[in-house]
Structure formats: structure tokens, C-alpha cells
Design a protein around this ligand. Sequence first.
Ligand code: AMP
Length: 397
Amino acid sequence: MKILVVNAGSSSLKYQLIDMETEGVIAKGNVERIGIAGSVLKAKGNGHEKVYEQDMPDHKVAIELVLHALTDGEIGVIKSMEEIGAVGHRVVASGEYFKKPTLVDGEVLKTLEKTFELGPLHNPAAATGVKACIEVMPHTPMVLVFDTSFHQTMPPKAYMYGIKFEDYKAYSVRKYGAHGTSHKFVSQEAAKYLGKDIKDLKTVTCHLGNGSSISAVDGGVCVDTSMGFTPLDGVLMGTRSGCIDASAVEFLARKKGYDAARMVTYLNKECGVLGISGVSSDFRDLIAGAEAGNERCQLALDMFAYQTKKFIGSYAAAMGGLDCIVFTAGIGENTPTVREGACEGLEFLGVKLDKEANYGKNTGSVREISAKDSKVKVLVIPTNEELVIARETLALV
Ligand code: AMP
């Protein structure tokens, strides 16, 4: 079966068509500026790339163009859209409404609307993407795959905040986590690489990208994760502050004259390593800055590695042991200094890096960067969130 994976943003839409027999990507692309002047689809298929510059006033038109590209004489990979067995849609936030991947029907679409306030930037866009696909391919099964599903196994002691229980009950304010598909994928790949049954492994997965989250995966099941009610929690990130004392937020708001909404924008968009360095949210720029002697770039890098290390250590404690650490995503896969800093001082847990392997070339496949005699295996594993979405979709249809 061929499965189309759709990741819809408010003005963008990324897709991959995956052949589930080989799990290979047969076509992929990216629509930008939906509803804005200058809409464009950059599509790849059949070994070629094609750019479609045309007006796309809404997601329906964008999806129609994607299907056109998939069947295009030059870059097309299928004869008709009937060949698409199902569509898997990435959804960022599920709240407590959805615990697992879900086949779409009218009722599900209504429930999806209830999640909008939990993922205001992403979930309405996902719903728009789903509706657009239903209009264009009404007989094809649609599946919602949530970033939060993998974290639904966390026990209450891990997901609860220390707020009034009645307020948790009334408003569902608790930790949900994010990047679940990535944490699931790399923890499974780690077990495969190590030739172990995942049930016997205690793994900390570090998804370090522009958004970063760290998870404790015990026996293949998520028992804790660093992101919270929203993806603002945990380690500091590209532009997000990560954990901060709530009283400091109120104090800052008063000093700066910001209301609550402005403060949330500040913490999400203006802080993190960008705010610390004053230079960039991109780690390549921070590394170049630090090498040129910029102390604030160095501080941002040090804070990021230190906070990551603290999560690794606390999750080893939470699981009562540690067999494997996995680094993934843009920074996790490409930035040896961060991996080195995050593992430094963890020798007492049995973590010993092979410096040469850590600084070795990124091969784009699983790499072992721990020393031969390291009790804890340290791996770099390229993530593949689209493949997990496709697998979950296939399992449901
Ligand atoms: P992601 O959100 O997973 O796409 O990761 C994005 C971040 O990864 C970028 O902002 C960079 O900071 C970092 N990154 C990506 N490629 C590299 C690289 N080759 N070297 C260092 N950092 C990188």
C-alpha cells in the first residue's frame, strides 16, 4: 500500500508518499505561502524536482496541486490517486481527547476542534489539511497521528503538575509532551541496532532540534518527557525559554508591561539560545560565534548541553538505570560539541564517549559514539517522523 503523509501548517503543507512494502519515500514536497501571494509547491519524484508557482488560496487547492504533482507526467509516481491507500495526518496536540492514532469520521473532526486551544498554532491547520484531503479524496481513509500519543503511557506522577487537582480535572492542565513519533522511532531503532528486545532496554532519547525534547523510554514505553502542557517546557531551545519559575514570568511581564499573551510570545519566540546569544537560534551560527570568541554564544551552547545532561541524569534516576542514550534531530545528529557536553560527567552512570567517533562524519545512518567499554551505549540515529506516521496509519487501515 502507498500512504500519503501530510504535515499541514497554517500556510504550509509538507508531504511524503511512502511505499509501505519497502518503506521507501517515492515522492515528497513542500507547499509554502498557502493563502498568501507567491504560493509555491516544490515537489520531488521520479528522480526529478519541479517547482509549481501558482495561486493557492487555501489548503484544498494546495492538496489538489500535490495530487497533480504525484500523477504528473514528468515527476509523477502514481497513475491515479486511487493508488493512495490512506492519508496519515500529523497532529501536534491531542490533549486528553485522543490517546492513540485515530481514523477520521465526522465525530472525530468535531472532537479535533476541541484540541485547538491546546495547539493553537498547529491544530487548526492540521484540521484544515484533513478537511481539504477529504474534499479531494472522499473515499480514502484519513488517520490522525498525534505527536503526543507516545507519551500517553506516562504515569500520573510524571504528567501531573503541582497545581490544584480540581483545576487539572476541570481544565486538563498537565504534561502532554511532544515529538512522540520521533522518540518512538529512535527508541525502536536503537533496540534494533543493539540487537536487544526493547522490553529489556532503559533508553533516554534526546530529540534536539529547533524544538527539543528528551524522553525516558523504559521497556519501549515512555515514562517521562521534558516538554509539558505545550512545547515551551523542558530545555531551552532555538527561541523558547524552556522551564522557568512561573513567578519570574509574572515579574518580567510587570517590568516589561506585557500582558499574558504577549508574554507567551516572548517566551516562545524571543528567548532560548537566540535570547541568550543575541546572535541566532541556529546552532551552526552559535558554534561559529563561540569559535570566534563570542562569550554569549558559548554560554547558550553550555546551557543547552548542561540542561540536556540534567534530563539524562534525572531520567536514569526515574527508570532506575540506563542502557542507552540516543541523540537525534538537527542538533542531535549534527552537533558533536552538544553531545559531548551533554555526556560529560556522566561517567558515574557508565557513560563513556569515544571522542573520535563522536566527532566523526555524519553518515546519515545509525552511529555508535560510545567507547567500546562504555556500559551505556550512546547512539546517533536519524529520526524519521513521517515513517512512523505512515506505519501507524497502515496499522489502522
Ligand atoms: P530541526 O528542528 O531538527 O530541523 O533542527 C534544526 C536545528 O539543527 C538548526 O536550527 C541548527 O541549529 C541545527 N543543525 C542542523 N544542521 C546542522 C549542522 N550541520 N550542524 C550544526 N547544527 C545543525
